[in-house]
Design a protein around this ligand. Structure first.
Ligand SMILES: Cc1ncc(COP(=O)(O)O)c(C=O)c1O
Length: 394
């Protein structure tokens, strides 16, 4: 019996199912492409504990964006040296909670002031990383303002040793774009980050212990329209960049989607079928409040009418970011709208989609649901039951 039916036999839909084997396969690609690197899983992509435990077992650490995510990473068995806390604008309370439990990356001068005070109060010497918003971009276009990181041009204006005597600067962190599928572009980005690390070392007068390139490794969501990165070429590019820049620092890559996206499937169920003015609706349990991506896309489109940028951050998604299947015995297909059962007209999972003809009780699945799926769903609206989550390692 297929594992979806196996779970369905004991648990009602909706549920998420994550397959650890897929995570292992994705991790192997990264490990072969970037030998010697430390990989961090972006916990925000999928904070389900068995998924985090799987990452920990593979030697993958955590890119944690909150004190809670640091706690989850520890619970999953990740050692403190593999947990990196980086959050735009943490509070003093957040910082006090994570001190001593992980590497801390400062996102602004204000955060450095908070850390300096916390270290002084505790009579500590605190190593910290700096998240920098660099002068370069991923695609060579002019840089744009950002709420993330300290602008590269502002770094030179500060005498760090004098201003922050209880802090030492151990690492550089940059993340400027997700979902890059252009090998040359990504290679150039890594080279730019290393060049910046060399400049930063010269300026700070200290050798950095780590360089964190952030995320960016793209996923193929639609094999007809997208091609994977050329991993062999990327490996060569990174080797020559390492030789060129001669850095002794540990090199770190973060990933949410590449590691976890393919491991997940969202499974829900048709609870009603309705015809209205010539249109057929399959109404499913927990549409938007189970798998939010299709709805989020409608909301985001006005911000990215030309799709530029629409695909480069966790909230964003495209039409073909997942396949939808109706698990029905029928040999016929039909064109329907698949909608959720929330009292919102925007709860639309798919419009005019051709699927197998379904009946009430049939399951509907969405793949590519292992990252930014459960963790993005607005689960509190209408107080419906939440989908369950299951992990297998087949
Ligand atoms: C700082 C940082 N690193 C890494 C990632 C992971 O990006 P991706 O899931 O595209 O690999 C994100 C995503 O938002 C991020 O904000």
């Amino acid at each position: 019996m297929h594992f979806i039916e196996k779970i369905r036999a004991e648990h009602p839909a909706p549920f998420y199912i994550y397959d650890g084997k897929v995570i292992s396969e994705q991790a192997s690609i990264l490990q072969e492409t970037f030998p010697g690197f430390q990989f961090l899983f972006s916990v925000k992509a999928n904070p389900f504990l068995p998924v985090l435990k799987k990452m920990a077992a593979l030697g993958i650490g955590a890119d944690a964006a909150s004190a809670k995510e640091v706690a989850l990473a520890i619970e999953a068995g990740m050692p403190a040296e593999n947990i990196y806390y980086s959050c735009p604008a943490p509070t003093n309370e957040d910082l006090a909670q994570v001190i001593g439990k992980c590497h801390i990356i400062a996102d602004s001068f204000h955060v450095l002031i908070l850390l300096e005070k916390l270290a002084d109060d505790r009579n500590l010497h605190l190593p910290v990383g700096l998240r920098i918003h660099p002068d370069f971009t991923m695609d060579g276009s002019p840089q744009v303002p950002s709420k993330f990181g300290i602008a590269e041009s502002h770094i030179r204006a500060v005498d760090f040793a004098k201003k922050y005597p209880h802090l030492s600067f151990e690492g550089l962190h940059i993340h400027i774009r997700s979902q890059v599928l252009d090998t040359e572009q990504l290679g150039k980005y890594y080279d730019n980050v290393m060049a910046l690390a060399v400049r930063l070392q010269d300026f700070l007068g200290t050798e950095l212990k780590y360089i964190n390139f952030g995320g960016g490794i793209g996923m193929v969501y639609d094999a007809e329209k997208q091609s994977p990165l050329d991993y062999k070429k990327l490996n060569k590019i990174i080797s020559s960049a390492k030789e060129k820049h001669l850095l002794s620092a540990k090199l770190i890559l973060e990933s949410g989607r590449f590691l976890a996206c393919d491991c997940g499937t969202y499974v829900t169920e048709i609870v009603d079928i309705k015809e209205s003015y010539g249109k057929k609706f399959y109404i499913v349990k927990n549409g938007a409040n189970g798998f939010f991506k299709p709805v989020l896309r409608q909301f985001l489109l006005p911000f990215h009418p030309d799709h530029i940028g629409a695909f480069y951050e966790p909230f964003a998604t495209e039409n073909d970011s997942y396949d939808i299947y109706v698990l029905s015995d029928s040999d016929e297909t039909e064109v329907v709208d698949i909608v959720g059962h929330l009292c919102s007209g925007a709860d639309i999972m798919a419009k005019d989609v051709t699927v197998k003809k379904g009946t009430i009780g049939d399951l509907v699945t969405f793949n590519h649901a292992g990252s930014y799926a459960y963790s993005l769903a607005p689960l509190l609206f209408a107080s419906q039951p939440m989908p369950q989550q299951f992990f297998i390692d087949a």
